[in-house]
Design a protein around this ligand. Structure first.
Ligand SMILES: [Mg+2]
Length: 266
């Protein structure tokens, strides 16, 4: 294929499953590094900060640091700082990503009645998605708070199967409150714009590698980026066949990406 300027790589299901490296993924990333291909890891993960993700991946042997990673929480924070500067935010999220939300005033439970949030931010589902938390979000949105969601993922894959994610709750909240959330993670245009700006790359010379045909691959293609679907992680032949469009490339795993790029030794 034509010389590619930069590569965007989804993490979960492409490089790792339940944070364990997939076969050949570390070696493939080492090959990209050796060829000095600019890259960014792009993830809707809402349970860990960029620094924590980088540490976990580096411990598994991936040659990456925090600056190589773009997460939905980090892009959400950039969106809030730009579009709602100083606005008080109620965050409903499972996992601690406050390290990536600098400059975003978060309203805590103990702040009391005086600190009514202007923005409700939904992160990833888990124990924090209680009836009380979701009902508070519903009340605030009815009273005019802006609804922002880090993503619309309906489920994610764990080593034990699929677990229900925040997109399922978001649909109900939007329907009940008769509103539509602004989504900041993949597959939103805001997320891909942030990734392009992060790498300073032209979409026509950029590749996106993902295991989610809609959220990663077709969304990237919609923004002019070349899409590569891997047959690992959440990949299912039925989902592939039923998709609205076709990926530019389909490979068995991330281990095949250096050869797809025509890198030496692959
Ligand atoms: Mg994935």
């Amino acid at each position: 294929m034509e010389r590619i300027g930069a590569v965007l790589i989804d993490i979960d299901g492409v490089l790792t499953v339940s944070w364990e490296p997939l076969p050949g993924a570390v070696e493939a990333m080492e090959a990209l590094r050796a060829a000095e291909v600019p890259l960014a890891l792009v993830t809707n993960t809402t349970s860990r900060t960029r620094a924590a993700i980088a540490r976990r991946l580096a411990d598994s042997g991936f040659p990456v640091g925090p600056d190589d990673i773009l997460t939905a929480p980090a892009v959400t924070a950039a969106h809030l700082r730009e579009r709602h500067p100083g606005a008080r935010c109620l965050l409903i999220n499972t996992g601690d990503v406050r390290g990536d939300l600098s400059g975003v005033p978060l309203v805590e439970e103990e702040d009391g009645e005086g600190a009514v949030p202007d923005v409700v931010v939904l992160g990833g589902a888990g124990a924090a998605f209680t009836y009380a938390a979701l009902n508070r979000a519903f009340h605030l949105v009815q009273q005019g708070a802006v609804l922002v969601a880090m993503h619309r993922n309906l489920y994610w894959r764990t080593a034990d199967g699929l677990d229900l994610d925040s997109g399922a709750f978001l649909l109900g909240l939007e329907h009940a409150a008769r509103t539509e959330a602004v989504v900041t993670g993949k597959p939103s245009g805001a997320f891909f714009a942030a990734a392009l700006a992060h790498l300073g790359a032209d979409p026509a010379r950029m590749l996106m590698v993902g295991d989610d045909i809609e959220t990663d691959v077709l969304a990237a293609q919609h923004h002019g980026i070349t899409g590569v679907l891997v047959r690992t992680g959440k990949y299912r032949p039925e989902t592939h066949a039923a998709a609205e469009g076709a990926p530019d490339h389909v490979v068995d795993s991330f281990a095949d990406v250096p050869a797809l790029l025509g890198l030496p030794g692959s």
